[in-house]
Design a protein. Sequence first.
Lengths: 113, 110
Amino acid sequence: GDSVTQTEGLVTLTEGLPVMLNCTYQSTYSPFLFWYVQHLNEAPKLLLKSFTDNKRPEHQGFHATLHKSSSSFHLQKSSAQLSDSALYYCALSAASGSWQLIFGSGTQLTVMP
Amino acid sequence: EAAVTQSPRNKVAVTGGKVTLSCNQTNNHNNMYWYRQDTGHGLRLIHYSYGAGSTEKGDIPDGYKASRPSQENFSLILELATPSQTSVYFCASGTPETLYFGSGTRLTVL
């Protein structure tokens, strides 16, 4: 079945350094990939999603590139900010009939001053 | 922005008791979902619905029932609550391209 893997449970880095959160997936179909962000005591919210035309989605300085050859959709940002501290979920939806959104286990990003 | 409201925000229940978590959305979305969130497991789908009167099992439906009496309302029911169901529960509505989540219900089963 479809699945999403986020290998890092916790990432801690210093403000100003680049961010990369890993996401790989398995799917029988050609899925759409998403990143959701959840700040402390808040609901998860959509951060960005993949496009069908290979454009690179960007939002709030974050971007991600869908690489079908390696089944990856890593989240990147050139310079981390304190406000980026949050829980990040990678997710996929596949045209398998039910159109469920399947989430990875999440990566907690902590940005230190 | 889509509005999804969950109630209660916090709930303490006893083992074997019945618990009902409620969710209301005002954006006329056909699809609604119930997830639970646990550290190390992320968000796992319990039940979902395509519209009023429909409920479908997600990945972890055991011990849970769902009810969708109207387009706006979607409930999650624990008939016999167990301590393993202690978790944070999120309701969501929308499409698989964009889900709008409620603020969550923190459930503790003693």
